[in-house]
Design a protein around this ligand. Structure first.
Ligand code: NAD
Length: 292
């Protein structure tokens, strides 16, 4: 293709393409739509001499060298709003799985058992929820948790104290959140500041029996440190890992740990969110092509 027409796209679908293959063919395309599997770095941008738009199907742009692409005149778009409801709902579900030990209970019943009286859970009601990152997903989680009767603490680099106060909650410093919350839920983007912000030091601040939930990005947690602290904690639920799919042995130790529940990055995997992502992304691509 040499010219771009926002009313007519020729679409080529290559879901399992390797980076090597992509590098060979990327010069044929004006728009590249991708998820989080491949790193869209300088090499892809340099070889993509006809690229006008890089489009991430989803939210996180941490696998894209945005600065470099933009410098080369390539627009970078994503679908930042579409999956907030689904991720927030999964976050509450994961909290309930840990608090009511649902994984163990269901697993045992499916195995032919009837463990009534064996797994005594805890309520979310009245517990303090620490929300790290009060953006589209974090604020929604806070609203849902508020409806469960949880008390809300928020840490964010922006001043969101007014919105948090409307929920009867409080914006606090990171250290206060880590040491006061019964449940800590992570909703920050992956940046140099949030990379391993949950580490040995911050995990040491957590209360005994505290629960950690991560539906943001795996790299926000130092998983070696989490393994070190988990016995003292109430549990952890992770929808994201620093390596997906996991290969490292220590990640498998984490996944198999009886106090840890891992889901394979399914936060946005609902019929509704996938439809919304496709629609939002298509609109953003067309808009970017019109301006290209
Ligand atoms: P958002 O941009 O709307 O909100 C992020 C919030 O984090 C903002 O309020 C921002 O001020 C705050 N923040 C940024 N840096 C911070 C720091 N250093 N310390 C404290 N706060 C900081 O993002 P969102 O749409 O709510 O997404 C949140 C996370 O969820 C992202 O990591 C995203 O990649 C992830 N996500 C995961 C899934 C999934 O399938 N599990 C799906 C979509 C998004």
């Amino acid at each position: 293709m040499n010219s771009l027409d926002s009313n007519r796209f020729e679409v080529c679908y290559r879901p399992g393409i390797s980076l090597e293959e992509l590098l060979k063919v990327v010069e044929d395309y004006h728009v590249l739509v991708f998820r989080g599997r491949l790193k869209i770095g300088k090499e892809v941008v340099d070889r993509g001499v006809n690229l006008k738009v890089l489009a991430r199907y989803g939210i996180g742009l941490d696998n894209v060298d945005v600065e470099y692409a933009v410098k080369r005149g390539i627009a970078v778009v994503n679908a930042p709003k579409a999956s907030a409801v689904s991720v927030a709902e999964l976050t509450l579900a994961l909290m309930l799985v840990v608090f009511r030990r649902l994984y163990d209970v269901i697993h045992e019943v499916k195995g032919g058992g009837w463990p009534k009286g064996k797994y005594i859970g805890r309520e979310l009601y009245g517990k303090r929820l620490g929300v790290v990152g009060f953006g589209k997903i974090g604020s929604r989680v806070a609203h849902y948790a508020n409806a469960f009767g949880m008390k809300i603490l928020v840490y964010d680099i922006r001043d969101v104290s007014q919105e948090v106060a409307e929920l009867g909650g409080k914006q606090v410093e990171f250290e206060e959140l880590m040491s006061e919350a019964d449940v800590i839920s992570l909703h920050v983007p992956l940046t140099p500041l949030t990379w391993r912000m949950i580490n040995d030091r911050s995990l040491s601040m957590m209360r005994d029996g505290g629960v950690l939930v991560n539906t943001s990005r795996g790299e926000v947690i130092d998983t070696h440190a989490l393994l070190k602290h988990i016995d003292r904690l109430g549990g952890a639920a992770l929808d994201v890992l620093e390596q997906e799919p996991p290969k490292d042995e220590h990640l498998w130790r984490l996944i198999k740990h009886p106090k840890i529940v891992v889901t394979p990055h399914i936060g946005a995997e609902t019929e509704e969110a996938l439809d919304r992502i496709a629609e939002e992304l298509a609109r953003n691509i067309v808009e970017a092509v019109i301006w290209a």
